[in-house]
Design a protein around this ligand. Structure first.
Ligand code: XMP
Length: 333
């Protein structure tokens, strides 16, 4: 039987009871596969890698080594949250690498979106491989592969053309060949979330909106600068905070801020104030292939505008992107 094919008879995991029995089964399988060997995992803090981490902590405890690479393109407080949940609460072996300077130095002056993606993906491998080499005696690599990833690879193998190179991470270098542990590979995203909650992960982590591998790097448009990236991070945090407060976070699939590499003339304290615009994007979709625009009450938009323009240095206007996909892709780059 092809182990990458979901059997037609496999029940959809929709309840805590079904999730508990999936977890029990996977814990036994992982223990059998891994024995007393060590396992490495790149823990981004996204839903899939977080659920794999929690599952493996349950199965093999300190035989799991999690590496969290902060590429400097994370959202506000995101890396801190990963440390809090996995190191402080779940007592994981967590190696935190602040690689902000490595990434931002390589990206300096690079404006072309696909080149930015390639640089971020390749450097991610370099940083992760450096950490893997420092750890001795690792035999396995755990990955948060889920069923749509497998279906997507089949499509790519059939030669379908991609609009963007979404695949964030290529293979590891030749000297780092590990066997794979992929306990979620037959699950759909909604099932991964049910399993995550059954494992006791925080609701906000398990139901968090998708966030691209290149992170804020593809939302700080054109060549990234540290000051514009900082403004984007703050503006995005305000948007998320206001969406949380008014309940929109539960209704909108993906919402974020984009900051383009342009300024306009504004006025502040009776003086000329040149600044960047913050562009709000809030979309709903089922599969990210097409997307519609969520209606946001004007009162919420006014509040967000008021907060961003008064709290974020460098931003003097707030705009809203009303373009569905197509013709706009969800991300601007
Ligand atoms: P687009 O912009 O193609 O986005 O309409 C569709 C979904 O994919 C996410 N996205 C990415 N995810 N690496 C990722 O992991 C990427 O390079 C990337 N680019 C876009 C986007 O956030 C949306 O959810």
């Amino acid at each position: 039987m092809d182990s990458n094919r979901r059997p037609d008879t496999m029940a959809r995991i929709t309840t805590k009871e079904l999730a508990d029995s999936f977890i029990e089964e996977q814990v036994a399988l992982v223990r059998e596969q891994v024995g007393d060997k060590k396992v490495l995992l790149a823990l981004s803090g996204g839903v899939d890698s977080s659920v794999v981490a929690a599952l493996l902590i349950k199965a093999i405890g300190k035989q799991l080594y999690c590496v969290h690479v902060n590429h400097g393109l994370m959202r506000k407080d995101e890396s801190e949250n990963v440390i809090k949940v996995f190191k402080d609460e779940l007592d994981a072996n967590l190696i935190y690498v602040d690689a902000t300077d490595r990434f931002l130095n390589l990206l300096a002056g690079v404006a072309e979106p696909e080149r930015k993606r390639k640089i971020i993906g390749a450097e991610f491998i370099n940083v992760f491989a450096d950490e893997a080499r420092k750890l001795e005696g690792i035999s396995f690599l755990a990955q948060g592969t889920i069923y749509p990833d497998i279906l997507e690879s089949v499509k790519q193998a059939e030669g379908k053309k991609a609009v963007k190179s979404h695949h964030n991470v290529g293979g590891l270098p030749e000297d780092l060949k590990f066997s794979l542990v992929e306990p979620l590979k037959l699950l759909f995203k909604d099932e991964v979330r049910v399993v995550g909650e059954a494992l006791g992960l925080p609701h906000a982590m398990v139901y968090r909106q998708p966030f691209p591998g290149p992170g804020l790097g593809v939302r700080c448009l054109g060549a990234i600068t540290r000051d514009r990236l900082a403004a984007l991070r703050e503006a995005d945090a305000i948007l998320r905070d206001e969406f949380d407060k008014c309940g929109l976070a539960e209704k909108v699939w993906q919402y974020f801020v984009v900051v383009p590499d342009m300024t306009s003339v504004g006025v502040k304290d009776e003086s000329r104030y040149e600044g960047w615009p913050a562009i709000i994007r809030a979309v709903n979709t089922k599969d990210a292939m097409t997307a519609t625009i969520e209606e946001i009450p004007y009162s919420v938009l006014h509040k967000i505008t008021e907060r961003i323009t008064s709290e974020v240095p460098g931003i003097n206007r707030v705009l809203m992107d009303l373009t569905p996909k197509p013709t706009g892709t969800i991300e601007w780059e």
